[in-house]
Structures are given as C-alpha cells and as structure tokens.
Design a protein around this ligand. Structure first.
Ligand SMILES: *Cc1c(COP(=O)(O)O)cnc(C)c1O
Length: 357
C-alpha cells in the first residue's frame, strides 16, 4: 500500500483555477474571440506543418518571431520575450523576479492568474483593493507598495473582469511608485487592441516596466497558447535563463509568424466586436442590471433584483454560459459576459431578459 505523496504545504492549501467548462451552445465565459481566424491563415499553418524539421529541436530563442513582433511594435528584437500563452510569460517573470521571500502586489478584483501564479512560484501576495468605481486608487497603490515593497506589481489594462482601462497618468504614477522601491511593473494588456491607448509607449531600457500581450483573444488563437512581452533588454536576457529550453515548439512559432500576416483581419474582428459591445451594453442597461463600461471584449454586470448564482444557472439551463464572478473579491452579485457573434449575443440577451423580467 502506498500513501499519497504530500505536495508542498502551500500548494496543498491552494484552490487551483476555476472556470467551469460546461457543455452549452453559447459559450460567453472565457473572453475568446467568437470568430475563428481566416481560412487563408489556417491553410498557411497547414502548409507550414510540412516545412517543420520535426526531428530537430526548434529555434530556442524564436528569433524570427521575436524580430517580427519587434517590427510590429516598433521596438528591438532583444526587447521581446515569447512563451506558451501570456500565462507562461507571467510565470517566467514571477520565477525570475518574485518567488520565495519576495512579494507580488495586485489590486483586486483583477485577473485571478496574477495571484495564482505568484503563489505557485512561492511568492507572497500583497493584495490591494480597487476604488469604489473599480478603477485603480493611487493612495491604495502607495500604501501597498510602500509597505510590501513588492518585487512585481501588476496592473491589468483593460482590467479583467471589470473592463476598465487605466489612464496613462495612472500607469505613469504607479510606475514611479514601483520604481522607488526597486520593483517591476507588469501591465497585462491581453485586451489592448480594444483599449484607447497602450502602456507600450512607456517601455524603455531604463524603465522597470513590461507589457504582456497574448494571441488568445484578438488574434483568435486561444488554442495555440502563445503570448509575449515587450520590456527592457536586460530583463528579457534574465527570462531567457529561467524559461525551459525549447519551450516554444516549431509549429507554434510558425503559426505566430503567419498570424502577423493577417493584422487587417484581426483589426476587422476588433472593430466588429467593439460595435457589438456597444449593442450589448445598451441592451443590458435596459434590464434591471448595474453595468460597468468596458474597454475590452466583455462586460461586467450585476443583476439588481436577482441572485447572481441563480441567474448564472438559469442561463446555463438555457444553454448560455457566462462567467460567475460573484465569488471574486469585491464583486458579489456580478457576472461577466464575453462579447460573441450577433446571434450568440441575442441568445444571451433573450435568455437574460427571460430570467430577469
Ligand atoms: C485571457 C487573459 C490572458 C491570456 O492568457 P494566455 O495564457 O495568453 O491565454 C492574460 N491575461 C488576462 C488578463 C486575460 O484575461
């Protein structure tokens, strides 16, 4: 008889990541693109399968992909780090700059993986709160940063799950506070193409700032698991020491490169979804719901006269899946809906209106 092997004490106490994958017809729960990439993109990736030298390890530094991403953003290739989804980018940052004996600051409610990754890598989480309007409150940032002196501070802009984009003034002010304690500011821009501005303009070799991006949302490539960051060259060099060798497979590197030939398609999808977001936002405001204005491809809302768990279940019963955020810090009673196709959004709005009225 063998006994279960004990994990690390801190891992034993962890919850893990909870986003139920329920079998429904309308999936509006994980902020993916409702539209697949173009058939031309898929055909080009299929052709690339034949070009892969399958018996050889891939280019360990993904040099071509870094060079093309650098070109896309007007930076140097040595300022780009690429990994298996932005989650691996953030994990590599945490392994390199946080970890045991160090802390990671973040401001709830925000993307659950920021604290999850910090804990898994052994760091302490210094948890601040957003203001009543769910935007970043600089006094709170000052309080958390000066007391915890975090190695990493996260901002998420637009923030998941609130949809709020921080202003350039806020990000600059946080960068200054973080710099004063020798910390690093990570701005997670998974939804940046929907936002009015990007913190990329603040990235420089003498600023302790990185911006992370993903192919999972606007690029319609969640299945591929590909993300990257733009930051100072000295930081990228440290990450390259920590990440596993050959972590990014050859076909994925090729797919990431090919995607960049279809920027116009991506931008077209963003404009379709932005227009659709306006329509869903207006329709939600006609229902008994509190609605937060969004600069992303999802909307946070709170049914004002019904229990969120019951509403979530009633939507699932109508084969519509949204994200139940009511257990997240500061979000009791809240749900988050991803913007889908017009048909999917109508299915959601009809179901919600049936449930609420
Ligand atoms: C969806 C999302 C990501 C994407 O993570 P990947 O690992 O690239 O799929 C990153 N950050 C935030 C805030 C997100 O909402």
């Amino acid at each position: 008889m063998s006994v279960p092997v004990a994990p690390r004490d801190d891992v034993a106490m962890m919850d893990g990541y909870h986003s139920p994958q329920v079998d429904v017809e309308v999936r509006l729960n994980t902020n993916e693109s409702p539209l697949p990439p173009s058939p031309e993109f898929v055909a080009a990736v299929a052709a690339a399968v034949g070009d892969v030298r399958w018996h050889r390890y891939p280019d360990r530094l993904a040099r071509e992909l870094r060079a093309r991403l650098a070109e896309l953003h007007g930076v140097r290739a040595d300022q780009v780090f690429v990994a298996n989804g932005s989650n691996e980018v953030l994990q590599t940052l945490s392994l390199t700059y946080a970890g045991p004996g160090r802390s990671v600051a973040l401001f709830e409610p925000t993307y659950a993986m920021h604290s999850q990754i910090a804990r898994v890598t052994g760091a302490t989480v210094a948890e601040g709160r957003r203001g009543a309007d769910l935007a970043i409150d600089l006094d709170e940032v000052r309080r958390v940063v000066s007391s915890a002196r975090p190695a990493i501070t996260y901002l998420c802009s637009p923030n998941n799950p609130t949809g709020i984009a921080e202003t350039p003034e806020t990000v600059r002010a946080v960068l200054e506070l973080v710099g004063e304690v020798g910390g690093l500011l990570v701005v997670d821009e998974a939804y940046s193409q929907f936002a009015p501005w990007s913190a990329l303009e603040l990235v420089a070799d003498d600023a302790p700032l990185v911006v992370s991006r993903t192919y999972s949302k606007t690029w319609s490539m969640a299945a591929a698991r590909l993300g990257y960051l733009i930051g100072p060259a000295w930081l990228v060099a440290e990450l390259d020491k920590v990440v596993l060798p050959y972590h990014l497979d050859a076909l994925k590197q090729a797919a990431g490169l090919i995607a960049l030939d279809y920027v116009d398609d991506m931008e077209r999808r963003v404009s379709i979804l932005t227009e659709e977001r306006g329509r869903v936002d207006a329709a939600l405001r006609e229902l008994p719901c509190e609605v937060w204005p969004s600069a992303a491809n999802f909307i946070l809302f709170r049914p004002t006269a019904a229990d969120a768990d019951a509403v979530w279940q009633a939507l699932v019963d109508r084969s519509v899946l949204v994200r139940n955020c009511s257990g997240w810090p500061g979000l009791s009673g809240c749900l988050r809906v991803t913007i889908g196709t017009r048909d999917e959004d109508d299915r959601f709005l009809d179901a919600l209106s049936e449930v609420l009225t």
